[in-house]
Write a protein that binds this ligand. Structure first.
Ligand SMILES: *Cc1c(COP(=O)(O)O)cnc(C)c1O
Length: 333
């Protein structure tokens, strides 16, 4: 591990925790009796889906906004995101009196557009793909001076997500293994830096879907690569890591102990268990830790923490999963 050369260190995460204190919730940690019995070691669930905006993304977005200079904040922030990052950035910006502009393609469903507007952001509908929406972001940065806040590949975002790792160590000091949902790697990088900074012997495992997992393909290739996007129940885990990735690829490569892949049926089983047994409504991306434990894909000699990372699932889709009607993700554009 080349700890000293990584772009985000434990100190950055400790500073982020002070910066965002009072603006994000400290979320509960609960023991899962059923999963503990099954695994033979204590299993705890970090209920981060109870975070304001329904996902951990508020931590990184808030830290990024508060890290801007007054002058940058006045210019406004911009991102291309239809999901949890867009929501979080909208709230984090308006909480500090800054304007957030969220760019999305014309294929994004109207309810998602309305939700982002309701949270106080300006919405810019442009083109017919996420790439075209990103081009508009680049244009607004170049021509109108807006400040881009990307969803994961930024030191302030990683440090903000890492504050979740500090809470995990406080709440479960004897932590053995942390199970982290993995997409662009902002969450996994931040958690691994925090947890391993405080508990060098703890293991941090990234979990993602079998098909279309860009970080897994990139780690295997030894450099960032493109993957074809495939619909998944874990829609928040889709998308690339960026061919010019600067922060999260190196951190995931150096800090993660393993990456475990889940089938759609295993993700569905995680959502169903969270609901029926633990009484929690979670989205697919948040169910991968439970799904991996149920599938017997993770072993640990010490206490396990599974992070439930978000709850923003279409409730009709949730009902279908619970009823066993749907195991395939539907295209949410
Ligand atoms: C964004 C997101 C993830 C993945 O986070 P990365 O930092 O992109 O790896 C996992 N779960 C939920 C609910 C998310 O919104």
């Amino acid at each position: 591990m080349s700890g000293k050369t990584l772009p985000v260190q434990l100190d950055d995460i400790l500073s982020a925790a002070i910066r965002i204190d009072g603006r994000v919730c400290r979320t509960p940690m609960v023991a899962s009796v059923v999963l503990s019995e099954r695994m033979g070691v204590p299993v705890h669930l970090k209920l981060e889906h109870h975070q304001a905006t329904g996902s951990f993304k508020l931590r990184g977005a808030t830290n990024a906004i508060l890290s801007l200079t007054r002058e940058e904040r006045a210019r406004g922030v911009v991102a291309a995101s239809t999901g949890n990052h867009g929501r979080a950035l909208a709230i984090a910006a308006s909480a500090e009196g800054a304007v957030a502009t969220i760019c999305m393609s014309s294929l994004v469903p109207e309810n998602k557009v309305a939700e982002i507007r309701r949270l106080g952001a300006r919405v810019r509908i442009i083109g017919r793909s996420q790439d075209e929406a990103q081009e508009e972001v680049d244009r607004l940065v170049a021509e109108e001076g807006l400040v881009m806040v990307p969803p994961f590949d930024h030191p302030a975002i990683v440090a903000g997500q890492g504050t979740l790792g500090l809470e995990i160590v406080e709440q479960v000091p004897e932590i053995g293994t942390v199970l982290v949902p993995l997409s662009g790697g902002g969450l996994a990088a931040g958690i691994a830096a925090a947890v391993k900074g405080l508990r060098p012997r703890a293991r941090v495992i990234g979990l993602t879907m079998e098909r279309g997992a860009a970080m897994k393909a990139s780690l295997d290739a030894g450099r960032p690569v493109l993957v074809e996007e495939v619909a998944s129940l874990a829609d928040s885990l889709g998308g690339g890591i960026g061919l010019d990735n600067r922060v999260t690829f190196a951190m995931c490569r150096d800090l993660l102990d393993d990456v475990v892949l889940l089938s759609e049926a295993e993700i569905a089983a995680g959502i169903a268990h969270a609901y029926s047994v633990e009484r929690e409504v979670v989205e697919g991306a948040a169910a991968v830790g439970i799904g991996a434990l149920l599938a017997g894909k993770v072993k640990s000699l010490g206490a396990i923490v599974a992070i439930l990372s978000g709850r923003n699932i279409d409730m009709e889709q949730h009902r279908q999963v619970i009823n066993g009607d749907a195991i395939h993700g539907k295209d949410a554009a």
